[in-house]
Design a protein around this ligand. Sequence first.
Ligand code: FMN
Length: 455
Amino acid sequence: MSEPKQLLLNLFEMGAPGHITHGMWRQEGNQRQRYADLSYWTELAQLLEHGGFDAVFLADVLGGYDVHTGSLAPALRMGLQIPQVDPSVLVPAMAVVTDHLGFGLTASTTYEPPFSFARRISSLDLLTRGRVAWNVVTSYLPGAARNFGLADQIDHDTRYAIAEEFLQVTYALWEGSWDDDAVLADAEAGVYTRPDGVRPIDHVGQHFRVAGPHLVEPTPQRTPLLYQATASSAGIALAGRHAEVVFTGGPNPGVVRRTAEGARAAAEREGRRREDVRFVVQAAIITGRNDDQVAEKLARYRATTDPQGKFVHMSVPFDAPSHPVDRTVREALLAEGRDDLVAAGGLPMDITVGQLATGIDEAWQQHFFVAGTPDVVADEVERWLDEEGIDGINLRQYHSTETARDFVELVAPELRRRGRLREEYEPGQTLRERTTGGGPRLPDTHPAARYRSGR
Ligand SMILES: Cc1cc2nc3c(=O)[nH]c(=O)nc-3n(C[C@H](O)[C@H](O)[C@H](O)COP(=O)(O)O)c2cc1C
């Protein structure tokens, strides 16, 4: 009999008091206010490594959620991704207290120059000995555009075209700029680095001009493990070309399957193998030692969730919950004096506010949701792996660190018994090796490989 498929296991985190479970920082005992305390991160990292997690996956945004009601006030009030800290600064602290845990960093291709970004990622990959993944995002918040000198968002597909060039620049720096044996550190000969082992990249493109050479010597993975979260055709095409793990979600299996099939087909068209792209979903798991504990947690989480949160998060531009449910979207906008939004279109004007709210609820609801004792959870995780075709999960947190601790103490042992989670880490493995089962560097079929010297 073949080995059962193993679960890729990440915790979904953010350097902020609130991420995707809105308003829940208020729960008694929730540690989220400690996001600004290094000991929160070091304790969490140790817990995750103890539980056999592959990585902590750190989300990031570069602006505030101010589209809903045209104001940042609701996001500020509920601590929704603001205040926040830059996720990359959390990595060294967590790396010092662990040996194997990986770090998935979300970073945008739209605003920061690729040279400084590539340098920071290489520094982290070098210092953590190959434990870094990059979640490639193009950024969806108009507030981010205004923070980087633009009046408004660059349109969606242009952001993906920029991302394509950004990736090519970073590959040239990571893969091609330094030979593996360029650093000699030969005290006798007085040569630290062999000058002919290092070369500029001289990139001149539509969006970037970068001379190089890269400033960091080759790192264990060179290019970090590549993640991407996407749903659109432009995004799926990019994922098919580049991503090693696609992070997806959605209210039903159809959406997840469509994204997965689209990315696999795109990978094949680019000369990669279908199985070179893996799929991780955001998973909501509520567990306890018995049914009463599960029911208590479920009730507590439901009671503390902020109902306005999803409207803020999904940038619904008006105060939908304050209107009668049978009012149309157009009527609601006019009542708020938002004639500009009516004129701009883009919203479903003729549906009712109630229908809009139901749609938002459905979009927000996770298909990958289970509340039950560890055996019920493990059954469901196995079903996701075997029947829904996913490769792993990003565990959504309702309570920090209760959610992660419950998983480590209750679910992980059950998954181990069923052969779905490793017993121990392989010493010295990079995050790519552990995730893909291949080598520490990208395979030769990946587009980054053409930048390798001598090709
Ligand atoms: C589970 C999940 C997590 C995401 N996390 C982030 C994030 O931390 N920062 C960000 O800017 N975008 C994030 N995104 C948004 C994606 O990068 C992407 O913009 C979104 O899925 C829409 O897809 P599209 O860009 O292909 O239209 C996330 C998306 C998903 C599905």
